[in-house]
Design a protein around this ligand. Structure first.
Ligand SMILES: Cc1cc2nc3c(=O)[nH]c(=O)nc-3n(C[C@H](O)[C@H](O)[C@H](O)COP(=O)(O)OP(=O)(O)OC[C@H]3O[C@@H](n4cnc5c(N)ncnc54)[C@H](O)[C@@H]3O)c2cc1C
Length: 453
């Protein structure tokens, strides 16, 4: 059995390791255009921040580790064409520029996503970075350590993580977001709260500009010197990090006749099969099913990529494994402030035509006399007609994510708010108040739902 894997970060590396465990005698070759494999992109902001000195701590498994398991890793080798009829892939070496064909019995596509480069004049100036790969992290950290000012374009998860990283590197940071609020995945009231609270934490070290578009970079041969915005602001800077989102890498799949879904990412079934026999796809290049609404979504997250890589490998090796989909759970932190969510926000539910009821509470995360007590604001959302829980957003300096992680199980089980309200959560003063904020929210939501029906 010849298994060929394209891409080797989260999904591809996971698929390679799993395939080797299932089929000890299979010939497994992994081709990637990258210089590294099996690394934690998620850790890059924390490396840039200075939490640890050696970027190699981000590397999970080396090509040598794989080679010891008889998995052959081919770095800097790009797949340029898939030939499904002859079951071959055309690979081009980025070092020698030679092209050659490799045969497969099963092909696993795990070529991920790439940063969006927004249409800003002079966007190619030196010291304008994107953050995706190990080299990006090394370059940004090096520049940050010798700079005073930085601009971040985009206020989503990665932009917000870069804000923390660069503030901790003692830079004056300006974050520019064209939407009216940062962290657009959250409902607007929660996004506004996030922004207010971040400003409250450390206003003097950074500026967040919303409803503002970076339109032009200016500089010279040394690189960028300033960012101009649509409203005429001129922001001097030593470098820029573009965090304007990512898009799935699909070109070679499209070229091979592989079907693309409504989200623009590769369409796969629950077994991670594409529409072409013996070709599987996983990770940031594929779309997922959103379990709650049974609709399609593209959620390029490391946690999904790992699970999908595992499922793709099991099925490519002859097994029968299903990846049922995602809830849309995510978490991040900025300067001690946690932002976490799962399921549908009110905004997302309404966009799907679902009417909602919600409850929002701001409470202590522990008993008030504990020295490390902090606030969290929690928004619990349910379907107005059925009472079924739809999602939860929680933000604050306290333990927000553990409340969200409790709701994920309720969403998977399809619980209504009236059922969830009886949840027997743990209690002791260092961990929560006697009645957890989540149960407070559930109680209010339950009353709202019951009085509405
Ligand atoms: C800064 C940052 C922070 C993040 N933080 C989090 C987090 O906290 N939590 C979370 O869940 N997720 C996080 N993510 C997202 C997570 O890193 C990705 O979801 C994950 O890396 C996806 O893995 P993947 O293997 O599908 O794709 P990728 O990581 O994109 O890897 C694909 C690989 O394929 C290679 N490739 C592309 N085209 C070809 C080709 N034609 N031929 C050969 N090779 C090719 C690419 O060079 C790349 O090496 C973060 C991402 C970034 C950038």
């Amino acid at each position: 059995m010849k298994i060929v894997i394209l891409g080797g970060v989260a999904a591809g590396a996971k698929a390679a390791a799993k395939a080797r465990r299932i089929l000890p005698d299979a010939e497994i070759n992994l081709y990637t255009d990258d210089t590294h494999i099996s690394y934690s992109s998620c850790g890059l902001p924390y490396y840039i921040e200075g939490n640890f000195e050696d970027y190699r701590l981000l590397l999970v498994k080396s090509p040598e580790d794989f080679e010891k398991q008889n998995v052959h890793i081919h770095l800097q080798n790009r797949a340029v064409k898939i030939l499904p009829l002859s079951k071959q892939v055309l690979i081009e070496s980025l070092v020698t520029h030679e092209a050659f064909l490799v045969d497969y019995d099963r092909l696993i596509i795990a070529i991920g996503a790439s940063p969006v480069i927004p249409p800003i004049k002079n966007v190619n100036l030196n010291n304008v970075f994107t953050l995706r790969k190990i080299e990006d992290g090394i370059a940004i950290r090096k520049k940050a350590e010798s700079s005073k000012n930085a601009v971040i374009i985009g206020g989503g998860y990665i932009g917000i993580e870069m804000l923390e990283a660069l503030v901790k590197q003692n830079l004056n940071v300006t974050l520019i977001e064209y939407a009216p609020t940062i962290m657009q995945n959250f409902d607007d009231d929660m996004s506004k709260l996030i922004q207010e609270q971040l400003n409250y934490i450390q206003e003097d070290r950074f500026t967040i500009l919303t409803s503002e578009m970076a339109t032009e970079f200016s500089g010279d041969n040394d690189g960028i010197k300033a960012v101009r915005t649509g409203t005429g602001k001129e922001i001097p800077t030593d470098f820029v990090v573009l965090c304007a989102g990512v898009r799935p890498n699909t070109a070679i799949a499209v070229d091979a006749g592989i079907e693309i879904g409504i989200t623009g990412a590769i369409k796969v079934n629950e077994r991670m099969e594409t529409n072409i026999k013996d070709i599987y796809a996983c990770g940031d290049c594929v779309e997922e099913k959103l379990i709650i609404s049974n609709s399609k979504i593209w959620l390029p997250l490391g946690t999904n990529a790992n699970k999908e890589g595992r499922a793709a490998a099991i099925n490519a090796c002859g097994g029968d494994e299903k990846f049922p989909g995602v809830l849309g759970s995510a978490v991040t932190r900025c300067l001690g402030f946690t932002m976490s969510m799962t399921g549908l926000s009110v905004k997302a539910a309404n966009a799907l035509g679902i009417e909602t009821v919600f409850a929002k509470v701001t409470k202590d995360d522990k008993v008030g006399y504990m020295p490390d007590v902090n606030n969290i604001t929690l928004k619990l959302v349910a379907d107005k007609n059925s009472g079924k829980l739809l999602g939860c957003q929680a933000v604050g300096a306290g333990d927000a994510d553990k409340r969200v992680n409790t709701v994920t199980s309720a969403l998977l089980a399809g619980l209504t708010v009236n059922e969830f309200f009886h949840n027997d959560l743990t209690y002791a003063p260092p961990f929560s108040p006697t009645i957890d904020p989540l149960l407070n929210a559930a109680q209010i939501l339950s009353e709202k739902f019951n009085s509405a029906v």
